[in-house]
Design a protein around this ligand. Structure first.
Ligand code: PMP
Length: 450
């Protein structure tokens, strides 16, 4: 794990990148991507010898950290034996990955449809629900992220959908609970829960229950701010779905596979959806993989009738071999329990201590290795440190916060006025403490803008 120093090589990588790589979610002339020379465990480094503790897990996917030797070896072995094969065949890596995933998913989510990532998993879950119910509409939450493909971005509730939202018929947004910025004038978790459920049932009534195929929710909304729902909310949504014959889809693309200190966030709330999407942590993103875990009831719909959808690389053997090895590593090394324990004993008390000492921290929320600090100008009014969807100069406070974190060896996850604390689920206690110390320094910079 010795960062090599080779600034010239770094400059060449960056020059080629700037000449030819068109980056996602970016203004191409305004970005400055860091050339990465290598990564291992919870760290990565650049060509100038700077090493960073990764509190982002990539895009919240390296749940077992970078370059785990057992997963790297499994990918190499699969490449040597059977690198690729078409989806219509039974292939050992694929069937074993499906078996291991089904073993971990809640309830009777026992059939696995593989995709290449999260967005296409959402696309397929919605298609399954529409065909299963014969109904057109999908209800999803504001303050959600479900992917960048066309239907998934329509379903998404955050501002990234605005430029490409086709206003597609059939997608209706509602407000999910979020007490810190309650839409329901609630003062307690219980009020927030009851009023959010009442709002959802009213939305169902006005849209027409017979027109709604699915309600899709992130079990814990991630990208939009890690808003842990009040106890009882998801069970209440489950009941509404049963009452109106609506398919309940939980999107566990970010929250799944250990992130919350449980195998799935659904386990925290003891709910079982009809369909559950996953990706990211399933193989720590070593090779692109996602999927939909399907309940018996919905699988039955496609028993004698063809499922009209598929992907060339569905269940790619390399990706599936990486999943098998990842799931084995997670079990052998107690990665899920580590996320729960280090989360509860180090990250949570550490973040609460930072909140007490830094006036810029308005709210701390999360569970396991899935936390957000919401930064504000004023704790009383809760005015965000930067305006909603801020860009350029308007975003200067968050940019200064980010630069300070990096100067202290921490790569932070920043979204709007929040920093998310989402390190690998197998992070050590010492690494977690190192990251908290860097956050402490960076928050002192954010405090200057309060
Ligand atoms: N759903 C959720 C909850 C996500 O967090 C993401 C990705 N951040 C997606 C779907 C889309 O996944 P992908 O980028 O792999 O398509």
């Amino acid at each position: 794990m010795t960062p090599q120093t080779d600034p010239q090589a770094g400059a060449a990588v960056k020059a080629a990148d700037r000449a030819h790589v068109f980056h996602s979610w970016s203004a191409q002339e305004l970005i400055d991507p860091l050339p990465v020379a290598g990564a291992e465990g919870s760290y990565f480094w650049d060509y100038d010898g700077n090493r960073y503790l990764d509190f982002t897990s990539g895009l919240v996917f390296t749940n077992i950290g970078y370059q785990h030797p057992k997963v790297v070896a499994a990918i190499q072995e699969q490449a040597a034996t059977l690198t690729t094969f078409a989806p219509a065949f039974a292939v050992e890596a694929r069937s074993e990955a499906a078996r291991l995933i089904a073993q971990r998913t809640p309830g009777d989510l026992d059939k696995i449809f593989f995709t290449n990532g999260g967005a296409d998993a959402v696309e397929h879950a919605v298609r399954m629900a529409r065909i299963h119910t014969g109904r057109p509409k999908v209800l999803s939450a504001y303050r959600s992220y479900h992917g960048g493909t066309q239907q998934a971005v329509n379903i998404t509730g955050d501002p990234r959908r605005w430029p490409s939202d086709s206003g597609a018929a059939g997608v209706v947004h509602f407000w999910a609970p979020f007490l810190y910025r309650s839409r329901f004038y609630a003062e307690t978790e219980q009020q927030e829960c009851e009023r959010a459920l009442e709002h959802l049932e009213t939305t169902i009534a006005f849209e027409g229950p017979g027109t709604i195929a699915a309600i899709i929710l992130e079990t814990i909304p991630g990208t939009a701010g890690i808003m842990v729902p009040p106890r009882g909310y998801l069970a209440g949504v489950r009941d509404l779905c049963d009452k109106y014959g609506i398919v309940f889809v939980l999107d566990e693309v970010m929250a799944g596979f250990g992130r919350t200190g449980e195998w799935f966030a659904a386990d925290l709330f003891e709910v079982t959806p009809d369909l559950m999407t996953f990706a990211k942590g399933v193989n720590s993103g070593y090779v692109p993989l996602g999927g939909v875990a399907i309940s018996g009831k919905i699988a039955e719909t496609f028993g004698k009738r063809a499922y009209p959808g598929g992907l060339t690389y569905s269940g790619h053997p390399l990706a599936c071999a990486a999943a098998v090895a990842t799931l084995q590593v997670m079990a052998e090394e107690g990665v899920v329990a580590n996320a729960a324990v280090v989360g509860a004993q180090v990250i949570e008390p550490g973040l609460r201590d930072l909140a007490e000492r830094h006036p810029s921290v308005g709210d701390v929320r999360g569970v396991g290795m899935f936390w957000a600090l919401e930064l504000v100008k004023n704790r009383e009014t809760r005015e965000p440190l930067v305006p909603y969807n801020a860009a350029g100069e308007a975003n200067a406070p968050m940019a200064a916060f980010g630069a300070a974190a990096k100067a202290n060896g921490l790569w932070p996850f920043i979204n709007m006025n929040r920093t998310h604390v989402v390190p690998p689920c197998n992070i050590t206690e010492a690494e977690a403490k190192e990251g908290l110390a860097a956050l402490d320094a960076a928050l002192s910079v954010a405090d200057e803008y309060t």
